[in-house]
Design a protein around this ligand. Sequence first.
Ligand code: ADP
Ligand code: XUL
Length: 544
Amino acid sequence: MSDLFLGLDCSTQSLTTILINFKSKEIVFTNRVIYDNALPQYNTKNGAYFFKNGVVHSNPLMWVEALELSFENLVDNGLAIEEIKAISGSAQQHGTVYLNKNFKEVLQSLDSKISLREQLKTIFSRETSPIWMDSSTSKQCEEIRNALGGLKSTIRITGSNTFERFSGPQIRKFYQEDPNAYFKTSIIHLVSSFISSLLLAKNSPIDHGDGAGMNLMNIKSKEWDHRALEATAPNLKEKLPLLCKSYEIIGNISPYFVDRYDFSPETLLVAWSGDNPNSLIGIGLTEKGKVGISLGTSDTYFSYMKDLYFDLKGEGHVFGAPTGDYMGLICYKNGSLAREKIKDKFNITWEDFSDILNQTPPGNYGKVMLPYFFPEIVPYVLEPKIYRFGFDENDLKGNVRAIIEAQFLSMRLHSEWINEKPKEIYVTGGASINREILQVAANIFNKKIRVFEISDSAALGAALRSVKSYYDFLGEEIKWSKIVSRILPIQRSEVIKPSRNYKELYADMLEVYRKCEDFSLKNGENPEKIRKEFIKKYFKNKKK
Ligand code: ADP
Ligand code: XUL
């Protein structure tokens, strides 16, 4: 019986498609368009343009073309596109797309015989889009934070401190550096609402999940906050789409896609959201006490949140959850691309990388790395720099284990504000297929790590969200937990258990790591004494 729902995820490096049959509990089709490979004409590296001074952009036309390739793949694979009942989507968060006055008109007069890319060439008031990896807006962050009454007040209003990658500071920088182009901009979309606007053929709203990553939405009222708008740029409200609930049905798919790809005109569109809110659903974090880690281009640690609370130290974020509640999150820029820096430096494969993790001991003979290959969000580091304690850059095995231990020690340290004590942690994202990396995570957190067959949890989350809204719309409400467990049965997941032997070792190493961070970033005391004690306790007489 066909009961088809489509989820799309326009992420940093690729656009993923997942088609599910909800009644038969199947994932019918998955596909991934990797931008660097499939669309080399855009010259991106890992889906982005890395300019100087921390500026990182991407190309919105490339995302449009990736969307077209994804739909062509559905056609080429003979899938029953006309039977898809609803579609939702996910996108990398925070990135902004700047559109001129042509946008509305062009969308309304699309010709289904011509590609979208051809027809959308004239709609942008800014050719490239700043994305979440950009760290060039410290000045604007400070200005907005001051205007909102300082750190704590900014967090209480918007859910987060001002962050370089957040949309508000990025919009302010655009306004300051190119006011003409800013005033010629009719509407500013997030990546998520931009792509859903294409499917809808008119401006789509921004959902509360992704809207919370802008420093512009009031996290309590879930409306644009006039103080934040004023602190950011003039006339901003008229340049922003409306806000909506993440589970809102925003309309039907437009005639362009019906004619060109054979979608049914009745296909419902559910609001798109950010990749992290979508992953919350895609790994089933729909109730209190559940925590997830995503090891994608960014590494994130996140949790479903029933009642709103904040990280008043300012490192973490609160976003809207697709259920209508909240989620807490911390995000690392030094995720997969930092791991790749080590892998590529030594010219090894992921298999070699995993072998080294197996061959080296937890605690790494006291070798500690602070891995800021890129500017870091948590802790706040603007200038990339690698700190090494007790080893050097040529130590292959030392570096491989050190980066993985550093990433999870940092996560354990900086996620303390997320007030959930889970029995197990659910893991997703590209690197989650690496069981040796997950074993290190299990040992460091001293928790079971649960991993599902599908690592594309953002696209899957989008597909599941479209199921939920579709059946709610029909008046046949199904609980979130039931929706998730149909496609992601717990029986088909794998559990990686922590080894009890390393509980104390990693509790001690966490303190060494904390001291190394304090010393390097906050002029704290020298960590050598505590690091030597750690070596003496765990590695005395052991050969390196
Ligand atoms: P995003 O959705 O943010 O674009 P993904 O979740 O698709 O990213 O993850 C892509 C990353 O997965 C790649 O950059 C790569 O480093 C990582 N990856 C792929 N295979 C492995 C592996 N076997 N071990 C570790 N990391 C891997
Ligand atoms: C979250 C963040 C990243 C992006 C890209 O705040 O910046 O996780 O969403 O995945």
